[in-house]
Design a protein around this ligand. Sequence first.
Ligand code: SF4
Ligand code: SF4
Length: 414
Amino acid sequence: MKKSRFVTGLAKLLFYARMSLVCAWRYHSIAVLWKASRFTSVFFRHKLVKLPSGEYKLDFYMPRYPTEAFFTAIEDKVLRKPPRPVSVVLSITKACAYHCPHCYQRKDAPKELPLPLLLENVRKLRDFGVVAWAVEGGEPLLRMERLEAVLAEISGLEVWVNSTGHGTTPEKIRRLAELKVTGVMSSIHSVEPDVHDAFTGVKGSWRRALDFLHDCQREGMLIGFNTVLSDEQIVNGGIDEIMSLAAAHHCDYIQLIHPKPCGGWMGKAFDTALSQKAARIAKEAQIRYNSSREPNAPVLTAQVFEEAPEMLGCCCGGIDRFYIGASGEVQPCEFVNISFGNLMDTPFETAYGRMRTCFATPCEEWTCCTHASEIAQWAGESLPLPWPQTERLVRNWKTGTPTKIYESIGIYKP
Ligand code: SF4
Ligand code: SF4
């Protein structure tokens, strides 16, 4: 079984030079080449991943180079007016046997969009140019017929499946590979099985996740952890522990998600000083694990680094990404429990248009944090806030500090 290779230093520099030549040839425009170089320069801070297929990944959230999906994503950011989002997180079911306290859809309605309507919207998004997909649940393997139908519509694009591995079988894993899933991510929240299992509320969930990842890797898919570490865990060396575990299991990516006051944790108070300290440590760790100092470690993708002002800032609301919940709610991000419309009664175009009006300019401030207490005040027993409430809530939201990279490229100027 061939594995990915991590590329740093001079080899990475040469790759970027080659890619610039390819873009220059493709676009025949100095202005477009400059914008594309400016946009991809943020990814230069990551380790490059060379896949067994010969393709490259510059960034966890970007499609593989040199696929058509990659160039669509670049063109969405440098050529199109208005620019389009690159990615969506799509929940196909809320069904799940786990009980994670932080679950962002914990208070969502346990409804599912009827399959024909789900597929109609998947096709709409695909044809609209969304090229990077994170398909998830709940636990998507529990609703395999829905998962297969969705994956069949987007086969060949950049497709990741988030799964705990619960309900997996060799046949299901083979189907994911046949449907050309790029990679799978499983949650691992501790290097200690008992601590992880206590968090998910399911004994054996740690072992199951790792076994599932190995099985998927054997079928040729990339693998990684989605990890939520508390600020205390980070301050006490939790990132290095997780990275060692990930390296031992030949992971490609670790996505480090910082705890947020949404879903099950809505209203939760975090110690600001400790959070800032943890964010500093996570940023330093990201720089180290993406450098030639750690040539064999997986790529660390810490949200606090990716969403920093000098990177892409907050890209919710259809800037780079948005979220569609299992029941069809169109949200700016999975971590922001407000809805711009439900696909059961609102066409995607309408919900998307409302969302883009609200998030017209990319900003540095993290919406999931800056507006969390307002959302919590308005929230009832059920989430996300429905559109009529969202409409009243966002009416007075102020535009934040424009993200520098997008300001310099100028694509979001009216
Ligand atoms: S976070 Fe994921 S695994 Fe945990 S309860 Fe929510 S949907 Fe299930
Ligand atoms: S709201 Fe913005 S900063 Fe927060 S997780 Fe979503 S994209 Fe990132």
